[in-house]
Every structure is written in structure tokens, then in C-alpha cells.
Design a protein around this ligand. Sequence first.
Ligand SMILES: Nc1nc2c(c(=O)[nH]1)N[C@H]1C(S)=C(S)[C@@H](COP(=O)(O)OP(=O)(O)OC[C@H]3O[C@@H](n4cnc5c(=O)[nH]c(N)nc54)[C@H](O)[C@@H]3O)O[C@H]1N2
Ligand SMILES: Nc1nc2c(c(=O)[nH]1)N[C@H]1C(S)=C(S)[C@@H](COP(=O)(O)OP(=O)(O)OC[C@H]3O[C@@H](n4cnc5c(=O)[nH]c(N)nc54)[C@H](O)[C@@H]3O)O[C@H]1N2
Ligand SMILES: [Mo]
Length: 753
Amino acid sequence: MSDRSIKPYDKPAGGWDSLKRSWQALRDEGIVTRGAKALLRTNQNDGFDCPGCAWPDRNPNSTFEFCENGVKAVAAEATAKRIGAEFFAAHTVAELAARDDLWLEAQGRLTEPLRYDAASDRYRPIAWDEAFAAIGARLRGLAHPDEALFYTSGRTSNEAAFLYQLFVREFGTNNLPDCSNLCHEASGVAMGEQIGSGKGAVLLEDFEQAEAIFIFGQNPGTNHPRMLGELRAAAKRGCRIVVFNPLRERGLERFAYPQSPADMLTGSSTPIASHYYQLRIGGDLAALTGLCKHLLAAGSLDREFIAAHTQDFESFAAAVEAEPWERIVEQSGLTRTQIEQAAQIYDASRATIFCWGMGITQHRRSVATIQMLMNTLLLKGNIGKPGAGPCPVRGHSNVQGDRTMGIYEKPSDEFLDRLGAEFGFEPPRKHGHDVVAAIQAMRDGQAKVLFAMGGNFAAATPDSERTAEALRRCDLTVHVSTKLNRSHLVHGREAFILPCLGRSEIDQQAEGRQAVTVEDSMSMVHLSSGLKPPASEQLLSEPAIVARLARATLPDTTTPWRELVAHYDRIRERIARVIPGFEDFNARVRVPGGFHLHHPGRERVFPTCSGKAVFFAHALADEVLFAEPGVYELMTVRSHDQYNTTIYGLDDRYRGVHGFRRVCFIHPEDLRERGWQAGMLVDITSIWRDGIERIVRGFMLVEYDIPKGCLASYFPETNALVPLDNVAERAGTPASKSIPVRLSPSAAGTEAS
Ligand SMILES: Nc1nc2c(c(=O)[nH]1)N[C@H]1C(S)=C(S)[C@@H](COP(=O)(O)OP(=O)(O)OC[C@H]3O[C@@H](n4cnc5c(=O)[nH]c(N)nc54)[C@H](O)[C@@H]3O)O[C@H]1N2
Ligand SMILES: Nc1nc2c(c(=O)[nH]1)N[C@H]1C(S)=C(S)[C@@H](COP(=O)(O)OP(=O)(O)OC[C@H]3O[C@@H](n4cnc5c(=O)[nH]c(N)nc54)[C@H](O)[C@@H]3O)O[C@H]1N2
Ligand SMILES: [Mo]
């Protein structure tokens, strides 16, 4: 293990350190030559889509675009390490459960299907047919299909997702919780009501034309590194880049572009943010209210746009005007001068993009905050013109596509009608459970089976202890996975691990080599075909797993599962008939670069009830929840060396943390007030209405440039602190960026041990 230290990082993001860390990732996985070859084909026309983030590719024909965290994601999948029968014979599940997430991830790729054997507390190999028969029998034996839950993580391809939701609905339930419920759900809810579409309305070309780009609650230097290339180009041509973030994130401050020989050889770099506002955690709603208040007072609005394309402006304006500046200042943590300065920059720009990430969506009032972001855009007509619009930056590389394919617990009747007509069955109409409701259903014994298509349900979800209890109550848990993770170890009475192909691998089916498709954060749909031989001969593709499970579960199905999987063009033909926008799918997706799914907002068409974009008023709360002395607001974020629950390493380079993850960033004055020192270990206890004690122990305090009263730690270590019902109003997303907590000195001592 590397040495533990805190060393503030004084270099720009990117640069040589980024290249160094990439090579280290390839070396650690034992794939220096093979990995490098695979990487050169990510996001290329005839290669595979990077399994990292959902940021779009600039030009699929251009030379390879380097991204440190893309390299780590590919290297993790392309690793030379394998775990099979011998590994599982050598370790009981109890032993494995005592290991940390870094160790679990580092063991390598899963190679054969496994079934949990309770007598020996071990996973043992099982033949695929036997596994499907056992799972199918268990599903058929349920009293009602709603007793089963079918989770999806956002790496799953369109083809797999489409077949999966079809299987689940033929089986008879809409219980399709997904990682989106933990992620951008609030964006979909908020924007759907306002502009009739939950997706972003900008394209990369808009980044070339924007006069201002506002970035709220997003850390692209770590989570969407290729976005820094766009921001750098924008900054260089004088576009204002305005950041709202409690933390000073290095990637938003300075960037040395690894693709630029000048940057790399001369050590130069580009400042990214022109203005950086370190607001309080959860202060965005107030800050945006202030922005709107200033614009309204200045009378600086796009009145033509408002009159022609929007409704409810008057009531919105009245509500904003009624908010006193004192409350705006108090709740945002910014001064009135700062807010007015930001408003003036916004006002002066003729085309503005708003980007946002988890710092906006994972709060109790995230839907209101996103609607306020949209209100602000609408006031100046910043949608449906070049260089302007909303840009929710999605997470997983195909999380947006999975939703488009019908992975949704609240499907519309229109979608179900089309699906049922195409496949000749009557889909269930009752809406299903999202992630939090799924956990509650398992806890209460209403759901008995959890089937997960990818992801790491046990580690990604809130309230770890209660979630673990819920999972252990299940009769059956099944995980389709590439790597060992926590969810395999926190399992139901019966449990299976079904190992699948990764995106970088060749997918050979009865009628030849197959490609899948994905949709990025800007609604570009394109092909992805793996290039490497599979990690093991026994791996099945995700579509093949769904088809075989469907045949084992549904005795009366008339869907030609075998034929659909023999050639994925047949799945795409069905998608083309069921999902609007996919007409002529097979031909269009083969055009280099793929195609763009039309976004009506780009033409100022808003498919809401009234056909207009809607202003929504959202009053600020009278008081902040649990505002008592000694209570802080904690946000749980990603380090630079992780992909969600996959931990690649123990460093968070840009934040200066090396060799460990149990840290808690705190303002120096908050330390002094308590008479504490940096380096001291604390226990963190969250506060909630239910009287349950939620505590995590032994976190090292690190002095940081963060507003007073605010703290930051990494997830998933702190998920135990997020109460299950501390969720976003109307979206149900766990409020994992606003957790009221107290700190106490840890019995573990005062120094990192
Ligand atoms: N390498 C890598 N890439 C990834 C991922 C990964 O784990 N690793 N995860 C993928 C996924 S699924 C997702 S969803 C995205 C996540 O990408 P991000 O949205 O960047 O996610 P977080 O790391 O959670 O960072 C949230 C940011 O919001 C800020 N923030 C927190 N609270 C507030 C607030 O109240 N207001 C404001 N204005 N800011 C706030 C934090 O300081 C932090 O900078 O990245 C995707 N890409
Ligand atoms: N406290 C807190 N909690 C959070 C968040 C937060 O910011 N704070 N962020 C939330 C967000 S934004 C998200 S999206 C969720 C993420 O939740 P998930 O999507 O459930 O979790 P991941 O960590 O992305 O899943 C990793 C696992 O996916 C499997 N995998 C990798 N590639 C493939 C593949 O190609 N196919 C299949 N079948 N499996 C594969 C591997 O076994 C790996 O262990 O976490 C959420 N949880
Ligand atoms: Mo996400």
C-alpha cells in the first residue's frame, strides 16, 4: 500500500501526471501492450465506446482522445487477472466480505457462472443451463411478478436493455429500478415537466458558440475529463466559464491538455473558470433565485421568447421578487455582490450553456433547483439557439440510452402500448419500484428476488446497514457482473453470479460478430464493437443472458429470443418499431459517428401539456434543516481514483490526498472552533428524524478550502450515513450531497493508523 500523506496539488489538472497514472494503471493490470492497443480504439468508428463516462466523442474519425480515467476504466476491464473456481474454493464469502472494495476489484475478471453454497459459505461453479433453470424456477414460483426486482446499471447496451425490459414486462412487472434513480433522476423529472423532455438540449458544437458556460455541482476533471478539452477551447476563445461549487476543484481551475504538445513540452496550462463561486452545500436554489431576482429587477429578459414560448412567467416572477435578499444570501453562502456579478455575466452573454452534475441532483430540493436552473435559462431564451441550453452531464456511458430503451419503473402508457403491440402481449400497467422503494420492499418482505444487470447495488445505495439487511432477507439475488464486488457478498439465501462480456470484448453470436449501440449525454447514438478476445470462454453477452433467462422463465413466450440474439440487427429492427426516433436504426447507426436523437427543444418545440415551456416558482425554505451548533452538512463525492463503487487506487491526486480514502474535508476555522487539529480521526454520525444511529468511524480530518459548516467525504464509505428516506422530493434520489452530521473524536486515535 502506498504511504499516507496530504500534499496540496499545485499543478494543473491533466499534464504529465495524468499520463504517468495511466501507464501505472495499465502496468498494474498486467496489460501494457495489449491495453494500449485496446485503448487506441475506444470511441473510434470501428472500436468500442469507452466504458467510462457519458461525455460525447468529438469526432469518431479523429485520432484517439486521451483520457486518464478512460484509460483506468478500460484497463480495469482489460485486466490480465482472472478469478475462477480455485479462487472461490479458497475463500469463504465471510472472508471475502472482510476485504475492502479496492481488494475485491483488484482480483480480476470473473470467468464462470457461480452459485452460492450455504453449507460451505462459498461460491461454486455451476453450468449456465442449470443456473438459468434454477433462477427461472424461482421467478415462476413467486406469488406475484411484483415480488421480483430487476435493477440495471448504466453500462448496459441499448440492445441488452431493450431485451431486458421486454423480458421483465413479459414476466409481468415494471419493477425496473436503475442507477439513474441514484443519479440524474431529478433532472428528468424537473425538465420533463418544464420542457417536455428530460434530456439535455445541447451538442458539442454549442460549446464552440457559447459566450458563457455555467457549471453547477460537477467535477469534470475527475468524472468527465474529456469535457476539459471543450472547456479549454472555450476559455481560450474568451468564453466566460462560471463555476458554482463549494470545493475548489483543480480541473475547473487550470488544465494542461495531454493532447497538446505545447502544453506538455512547455509546461503551460489554461485557466478554466473565469469566476468561481464557493457557495454552501445545497445553496444553489438560493443562488439561482438571486440570479433571477437581479435579472427581473434589471428588466433584462428575452421578452419575445417568454411571450411566444413560455407560460406562468408572472407567477414565477412574483415569487422570486418576494424572496428577501437576506434569505438568499444566508442560504446560498454567497454575498449579494457575488450573485449580482454572476447575474451580470449571464446577462451579458448572448448564448449560455448550463451544465450540472451530482452536486445539484443529490439533494432534497434537487427538482426545485433544476427547475430554477431552467427558469434562469428561459428568462433569457437560452434554449433552441446556437451555443445555448441545458446540459445535464450524465454519468454512466449508457445510462441515458437505457432509459430511452424503457428501463424505467414508471413507463408511459404509450410506450407500453407500442411494446405490447410489437411483441403480442399485454404489458403490466402498474408502476414499479425505484431503487429506494425497492430496498423498502425487500426490507418489508414484499420483494423476494433481486436480479441486477450490472452495477453494485449493495454499495451504491444509501443506508448501507439497512440495505444489507434488506438484501439478506431476499430468497434470491443474482448479479450479472464482470468483476467481484460487494453485492456478491451481501446476498440472499440463494445467490448467483453470472459473468458477462465487457464492452471491450468480441461478442460472437450464432450469426457472427456483433456490435451494440449506446447513447451519450448529448443524445448521439453510435455503435460499439469489442476488439479483444473475451476474458474467458464461458462468458455470455448481456443480451444472451437475458434471452436464455427469458426462455427458462417464460414458458409461453412467443418472442423469438434465440433469433433476436443470433444477430443484434434483429433487436435493432424491433427497437426501430417500438421507440420513436429510432426509425431505420440499423442503417443510420452504421453511418460513421452514428446519429442524433432529435430534441424538440432545439427548435423551441416543447411537448408539455400546453406546448409551452413552463416557469415553476419554488420558494426558499423558511429554515435550514437541523441548523444547530455542531451540525455540519456532509457531501459524499468521488475521488480521482474510483469509478463509482469500483476503487482503482487510494489517491485523490487533485485534492492532495494520497494512500487512503477515509478522509473528511473541513474548513480550518471549523477545526479551530472545536480545538481540533488536522490529522485527527473522527467518527461521523448523521442526524435524521427516525432516531436510528448511523455512524462511520475513523475518518481523518483534512483542512480544505470548503465553506464553513460544510464537509466532504468519499462514497461508498459514507453511504451508511445516508438515511433511506432522505431523498429528493418527487424524484426519490438519495440526498447523498446533503447529509446533516455531527463529528466526534474517534476512539481509533488521533493519527492515521
Ligand atoms: N472517473 C470517474 N468518472 C465518472 C464516475 C466516477 O466515479 N469516476 N462516475 C460517473 C457517474 S455515474 C456520474 S453520475 C458522474 C458524476 O460526476 P459528478 O457530478 O462530477 O460527481 P461527484 O464526484 O459526485 O461530484 C459532484 C461535484 O459537486 C460538488 N457539489 C457537492 N454538493 C454541491 C452543492 O450543493 N452545490 C454545488 N454547486 N456543488 C456541489 C462537489 O464539490 C463536486 O465537485 O461521473 C461519471 N464519471
Ligand atoms: N453516497 C453516494 N452514493 C452514490 C453516489 C454518490 O455520489 N454518493 N452516486 C450514485 C450514482 S450517480 C450512481 S450512477 C450509482 C452507481 O451505481 P452502480 O451503477 O450500481 O455501480 P457501479 O459502481 O457503477 O457498478 C460497478 C460494477 O458493475 C459491474 N460491471 C462493470 N462493467 C460491466 C458490464 O459491462 N456489464 C455488467 N453486467 N456489469 C459490469 C462490475 O461488476 C462492477 O463491480 O451510485 C450512486 N451512489
Ligand atoms: Mo451516476
